[in-house]
Design a protein around this ligand. Structure first.
Ligand SMILES: Cc1cc2nc3c(=O)[nH]c(=O)nc-3n(C[C@H](O)[C@H](O)[C@H](O)COP(=O)(O)OP(=O)(O)OC[C@H]3O[C@@H](n4cnc5c(N)ncnc54)[C@H](O)[C@@H]3O)c2cc1C
Ligand code: SF4
Length: 326
């Protein structure tokens, strides 16, 4: 690991000043320290933002404001989260391990980097790590890679769970930065690789996530299904988050998001529109999957994700619509 200077900011303003002076923010450190050990990230200055006071969960009108430094464990255990937005608690608890969730934070989770093995191996070509060097995954070991939203330059997924639930819940990322505060809908936060895969999200230099805002609870049935190689402590192969409501045997409202399927947490309103107003049947679920996956492209080892996503969607919708009926 390269030597670095570590400072502690005791307020958001102090953190912003440090970022402005070129420091990199460190929150739980569960991703950044790994990257530093591999010298994939080599910041000379780090500013710890753990003492900035951004670790509160508070009501915000009908909604909820989750501070950027709230740990994943605290967020999932919070009574208001469990009561009003259980999808979020379920998704967080499906991720990582208890030790990691105690340390990992809301802001850090959103900014976690891909799990593509070539990204972590500096002997391999990787446009995300070294722009212009190529993409070893396209012709290589790509079992965990994306089938939606890929580009010639990069096919890596955003691997997290929390953001998938937040996307289905219409969350908004609150930031402060050199150009003032911003409210970034989660749907706009992560970037598809395009021809600039090194940028995972739309944060500008010096910008700090201060909180994530959830709008009012919907009162819907909320299910998070994570398909993975092991039952715990594994990233998703495909995950599905749904928040829906049934009325008179039909799907009255439906929000759906998918993880580890696309290069970003994936939401497609056309899929929701197929379902809304209809009676839940296997044929309807298959039609929704067809719309979701019409542009999906496998790269060999990850071809299985396409039928897997269709089955995971059907199983999730079956569970949610049966629960909603009761
Ligand atoms: C073995 C292992 C298994 C895991 N499994 C899962 C899983 O199944 N599902 C899942 O979702 N996640 C999983 N994770 C990811 C883990 O949840 C992330 O590492 C964690 O959420 C990152 O949060 P952090 O606070 O530690 O971020 P850090 O490591 O401190 O920071 C990560 C990045 O975010 C930036 N950052 C942090 N906070 C802010 C902020 N407020 N504003 C702007 N930038 C900021 C940092 O500069 C850095 O670039 C796993 C991690 C490991 C190591
Ligand atoms: S998929 Fe993306 S992260 Fe993986 S090797 Fe290719 S460019 Fe790098």
């Amino acid at each position: 690991m390269k030597p670095f200077v570590l400072d502690h900011a005791d307020s958001p303003d102090a953190a912003l000043a440090a970022l402005d002076a070129g420091a990199t923010a460190i929150a739980g450190g569960t991703n950044l320290v790994d990257l530093m050990k591999l010298e994939l990230a080599t910041p000379e200055k780090l500013v710890s933002i753990r003492r900035t006071g951004l670790d509160e969960i508070s009501a915000d009108g009908d909604g909820l404001m989750i501070g950027a430094l709230v740990s994943n464990a605290d967020c999932a255990a919070h009574r208001r989260v469990r009561e009003g937005w259980p999808l979020l608690a379920k998704a967080i608890l499906a991720g990582a391990s208890p030790q990691l969730r105690n340390r990992a934070t809301t802001g850090g989770n959103l900014c976690q980097r891909t799990r593509c093995g070539y990204f972590y191996d500096s002997t391999q070509a990787c446009n995300k790590r070294e722009p212009g060097s190529g993409c070893a995954a396209r012709e290589g070991f790509n079992r965990i890679h994306a089938v939606l939203g890929t580009s010639d330059q990069c096919i890596a997924t955003y691997p997290g769970d929390m953001a998938v639930a937040m996307l289905a819940l219409d969350a908004v990322v609150m930031t402060e930065g050199p150009y003032g505060p911003r409210r970034i809908p989660l749907a706009m936060f992560h970037r598809m690789p395009g021809d600039e895969p090194s940028r995972d999200n739309v944060l500008e230099a010096g910008e700090l996530i201060t909180a994530v805002r959830l709008p009012a609870p919907t009162g819907g049935v909320q299910v998070y299904r994570k398909v993975r190689d092991r039952a715990s402590y594994a990233f998703a192969l495909v995950s599905v988050a749904v928040d829906l409501a049934m009325e008179e045997g039909r799907i009255a409202r439906c929000a759906l998001a998918f993880g580890s399927l696309g290069t970003v947490p994936w939401r497609d309103r056309a899929v929701e529109n197929v379902l809304i107003g209809e009676k839940p049947t296997p044929a309807l679920f298959a039609q929704a999957a067809e719309v979701l996956l019409k542009d999906a492209q496998g790269f060999g080892e990850n071809d299985f994700k396409i039928p897997l996503a269709a089955r995971a969607l059907a199983a999730t919708l079956h569970e949610a619509t049966q629960t909603g009926k009761a």
